[in-house]
Design a protein around this ligand. Structure first.
Ligand SMILES: C[S@@+](CC[C@H](N)C(=O)[O-])C[C@H]1O[C@@H](n2cnc3c(N)ncnc32)[C@H](O)[C@@H]1O
Length: 271
């Protein structure tokens, strides 16, 4: 059996909800708003958010009056989102632990399904896509967000540049499930194979801003996607990486404002 990347294991996400929120809220919220504009959620619709994490789309859809179910396989993410729902006093939003590759949900039961930066991580992506389509009503809309590739991921390229300067033996090209769904033709074909009747694609490019490189890098080093690299390093090496990261950012962007450009593709299918 292929060894799974940390980002494919629920335990990696359990304790990461708050840090993920801190580093990714602005980008993921923007992708969710764009997708919401495209699919046009209306009051009373039944909406599903698969691999919801901190629930950006779920919250927007519930605030638009939809009846929303958010699912994620990591109990820590689910607890975090439940607490956020309470804190923000969001109505009509339930959160459940569930594997996106095996949804414990009825066929043909949702008007809209959304999954952002989740399905691309699934070891059995075909099952994830099939399940995502199965639970939609005929005519329902499914929106899937995935990275367009390393070239379009400015934050990760910055991390790799700093890693290369920290560890000369660092292997830059490693299999990374985050970049498993970057080819638009494959993306479309997989959605059609899963049961969608047609698919349109939209590219969204935004700037991920941060206050300072010193506060930004610690949010990145425990990302499940690259945890394996930092787990192999001593504390001193991680600190050295942080210093190099900060120097690199300052050499490119001076005293700020700081930001990296990041790009995703939103594929919207009609069942
Ligand atoms: C990169 S985060 C994306 C979170 C959120 N959707 C967003 O747009 O920011 C990936 C999320 O997918 C969840 N996840 C990964 N594999 C999963 C699976 N097989 N089933 C359900 N959730 C999964 C993780 O727990 C994590 O919350």
């Amino acid at each position: 059996m292929t060894r799974q990347n940390a980002s494919q294991q629920a335990s990696s996400w359990d304790s990461r909800a708050a840090a993920y929120e801190e580093s990714n809220a602005a980008t993921s919220d923007t992708y969710a708003r764009q997708a919401l504009n495209i699919v046009g959620v209306t009051p009373g619709q039944k909406v599903l958010d698969v691999a919801a994490g901190p629930g950006y789309f779920s919250i927007l859809a519930a605030q638009a009056g939809a009846d929303v179910l958010a699912v994620d396989f990591a109990q820590g993410m689910v607890d975090y989102l439940r607490e956020k729902v309470r804190r923000l006093d969001v109505e009509n939003l339930r959160v459940e632990v569930m594997d996106g590759q095996d949804l414990k949900l009825e066929d043909d039961s949702f008007d809209i399904a959304y999954s952002s930066l989740g399905i691309m991580l699934f070891p059995d992506r075909a099952a994830g896509m099939r399940e995502f389509c199965r639970v939609l009503k005929p005519g329902g809309l499914g929106a899937i967000v995935a990275f367009t590739g390393l070239e379009g991921h400015g934050t990760y390229r910055l991390v790799l540049d700093a890693l290369e300067m920290t560890k000369p033996d660092f292997e830059r090209v490693v299999p990374d499930p985050r970049f498993s769904l970057t080819d638009p033709d494959i993306f479309r074909t997989e959605m059609l194979t899963a049961g969608f009747s047609r698919v349109n694609m939209f590219t969204v490019r935004i700037v991920q801003t941060f206050d300072s490189p010193e506060t930004f890098w610690p949010l990145l080093t425990d990302s499940p996607a690259i945890a394996h690299v930092f787990n192999d390093m001593t504390e001193d090496q991680v600190q050295a990486f942080g210093d190099i990261f900060a120097e690199l950012v300052r050499s490119r962007q001076g005293d700020g404002p700081y930001g990296t450009e990041n790009e995703v593709r939103i594929a919207v299918g009609v069942k």
